[in-house]
Design a protein around this ligand. Structure first.
Ligand code: PLP
Length: 381
């Protein structure tokens, strides 16, 4: 295979990706190649990644436990901090028990194939994240894709799959990572109860954002039960690194025994667990941070609507501006860079329709958001 030819082909289609590394902490602004930009590209929605309280917690653990974990969790890679984080995650999510993974990607690609076998059926939303898609590919279960957020279509598929009877799983993101819309978790839960189906929720972008930070179940007033599995990450609003699954004791004990991405990979360092622990405590102790994020989200969506961009009023920090073509998306992203604003262009195969993906943070100022809206309106001309 000639990879140079493949790279040339990607270039021809305006699909070649390049890495933009920072020279600084992540935050309201970032510096890339010596130039400072207002940062609308980060999932650090609460600005916790550089928060001194959280950085200090990681520093202290680094001094106490050293850097590398040295082994996988099931050997000697874990520490008391890993176990404390799992306990805290379980109570934060209202679940019996939780298990930590090295990333959200590792959580989905580990948990989904471990929990499902050839006797199971998985019903997955058409816009689910690549880590769910890959987890499903690794599973021996029969797979059905339902139209995005379409509960009628899901029910039609669920009805068809009742014969022969199987163990069924509905898998959805709660806040969709590229569209910023919210799955109807309340009615999904009702449907799952009707069909005796497990509901597996990827709460990556709802944790720290919805339901006072506890995520989608709290937002929709749904009480966790044995048929609900909550997956999430520490890497977005919690400003840290790692993924988790929170569920019944049986599910978590089974994952400790069967999830390959957990068993066959070196554990995260204790400093990562310490930072995530401190971040959960910080979110609980500082509800004003989520209020500030919400104010920024509403302000940004309103400003964009006033400039006639087609955006929803969802309460989520991911605001897509869907455009006609990849060329146009790259052009506008480039114009924004010229105005000192970094909004990444998201292209196929990550999404079907190219878009600018604006990420709002509690660390933004109102003036930053006004500058973004004005620059976008200018760039569109
Ligand atoms: C919905 C969703 N699930 C899972 C992940 C993976 O999480 P992590 O970045 O911690 O690997 C992401 C991150 O992009 C995501 O958006």
């Amino acid at each position: 295979m000639d990879y140079y030819d493949k790279i040339e082909e990607l270039k021809r289609q305006d699909l070649l990706r390049s890495v933009k590394d920072r020279d600084c902490r992540t935050g309201r602004t970032i510096t890339i190649a010596g130039r400072e930009f207002l940062n609308f590209s980060s999932n650090d929605y609460l600005g916790l990644a550089s928060n001194p309280v959280i950085v200090r917690a990681a520093q202290n653990a680094l001094m106490d436990f050293g850097h590398g974990a040295g082994a996988s969790r099931l050997l000697s890679g874990g520490t008391s901090l890993h176990a404390m984080l799992e306990d805290k995650t379980a109570s934060f999510k209202g679940a019996d028990k939780a298990v930590m993974f090295n990333s959200g990607y590792a959580a989905n690609t580990g948990a989904i194939p471990a929990l499902t076998d050839a006797h199971c059926a998985i019903f997955s939303d058409a816009l689910n994240h690549a880590s769910i898609v890959d987890g499903c590919k690794l599973s021996a279960a029969k797979k059905y894709i339902y139209k995005h957020n379409d509960l009628n279509h899901l029910e039609t598929l669920l009805r068809k799959s009742q014969n022969p009877p199987t163990n069924t799983f509905v898998i959805t993101e709660s806040v969709f990572s590229m569209d910023g819309d919210v799955a109807d978790i309340y009615n999904l839960h009702m449907l799952c109860r009707k069909y005796d189906t497990v509901l597996y929720i990827d709460d990556a972008h709802a944790t720290g954002v919805l339901g006072n930070g506890k995520g989608a179940l709290a937002h929709f007033n749904v009480t966790p039960d044995n048929n609900i599995i909550q997956m999430g990450t520490y890497s977005k609003s919690l400003g840290s690194v790692g993924g988790f699954v929170a569920a019944s004791e049986a599910v978590i004990d089974y994952l400790f025994n069967t999830a390959r991405s957990l068993i066959y990979s070196t554990a995260l360092p204790a400093s990562a667990a310490a930072a995530s622990l401190a971040a959960i405590d910080y979110v609980v102790a500082h509800p004003e941070l989520i209020s500030r994020l919400r104010g920024n989200i509403t302000a940004c969506r309103r400003m964009l609507l006033s400039k006639e961009f087609s955006v929803s009023m969802d309460l989520t920090p991911i605001i897509p501006i869907v455009l006609d073509s990849t060329v146009e998306t790259l052009r506008i992203s480039g114009r924004l860079l010229d105005s000192g604003i970094y909004v990444p262009a998201i292209r196929p195969p990550t999404v079907k329709t190219p878009r600018l993906r604006i990420s709002i943070s509690a660390s933004h100022e109102q003036a930053d958001i006004a500058h973004l809206a004005n620059a976008l309106a200018e760039a569109r001309k």
